[in-house]
Write a protein that binds this ligand. Structure first.
Ligand code: TMP
Length: 254
């Protein structure tokens, strides 16, 4: 089969040209990075699990009317998505203090926040994704005020929905990061959810024990990283049928 044209390679995913104009294929790697790629590693089976988890969450969000770039999963590691113009922002939602918020403001990890807090980071590896305000975003034209109204409304709905969904399977949604894109249809532009939602970009804690079930296990060298991602998939009811053996993808039969 002719190799498809690769358009972009990120830290955890590769984008290929899709089968029709306006589509892309998003391939999920096992590579993991943290601290702007200063820490690198491989989490075996992560790509397969994140492909599944993100598919599942995007489908559930679609059901409640959230527009997303997701079209369908193609195979173990790939999904078909709509091509969008990525808005260069990381939108972070926090429900419980953790990570950089705890470090910066001295609020102990695990403190429930008085209300959900939104933060924006400018997607720019050279600058280390600096935190920015809506003032910077609109002044520099990364997004308009109308775009930001849509992004805030969508993000709050997504947070409400995912908080409940995870709580239902015994997981606290501590915080997570979203990315959005612009999709043009018949001269009209819509803001849609893009990228992925997975334990790579969420903090997920067991609701009873507060045990971490996300990429912090890799960032902080806590071990049992693969197992944690698998447990998230298992609780969501989407672990590939054959379990862990299935995670490496199809094997060539000699
Ligand atoms: P932080 O506490 O390090 O700022 O992270 C907040 C949330 O955003 C956490 O769930 C991890 C996620 N995140 C990403 O997905 N990508 C990133 O580059 C960073 C820094 C955080």
């Amino acid at each position: 089969m002719a190799r498809r044209r690769q358009l972009y390679e990120g830290k955890a995913k590769i984008l290929f040209e899709g089968p029709e104009p306006g589509t892309l294929v998003q391939y999920f790697k096992d590579d993991a990075t943290a601290f702007n790629a200063r820490k690198k590693g491989v989490i075996t089976g992560k790509g397969v699990l994140n492909n599944r988890i993100s598919e599942y969450l995007m489908m559930r969000l679609h059901e409640i009317g959230i527009p997303t770039h997701f079209v369908r999963r193609l195979n173990m590691r790939e999904q078909l998505i709509r091509e969008v113009e990525i808005i260069p922002l990381e939108v972070v939602v926090r429900n419980v203090a953790a990570g950089s918020l705890s470090e910066r403001l001295g609020i102990p990890e695990g403190t429930r926040l008085p209300r959900s807090i939104l933060e924006y980071y400018y997607k720019n590896d050279q600058l280390n994704d600096p935190m920015v305000s809506e003032e910077h975003i609109t002044a520099f034209g990364w997004a308009t005020t109308q775009d930001m109204d849509d992004i805030v409304a969508l993000t709050l709905r997504i947070n409400d929905f995912l908080t409940g969904l995870f709580l239902g399977v015994g997981i606290t949604l501590v915080d997570f990061k979203l990315e959005y894109g612009r999709l043009w249809e018949n001269e009209e532009m819509r803001i849609v959810l893009a990228d992925e939602i997975s334990p790579d970009n969420c903090r997920l804690w067991d609701s009873k024990t507060n045990e971490k079930m996300d990429k912090d296990r890799f960032r902080r060298d806590m071990g049992k990283v693969e197992e944690a991602y698998q447990e998230v998939a298992k609780r969501l009811g989407i672990l590939p049928e054959a379990g862990i053996r299935d995670l490496k993808g199809p094997e060539l039969i000699q």
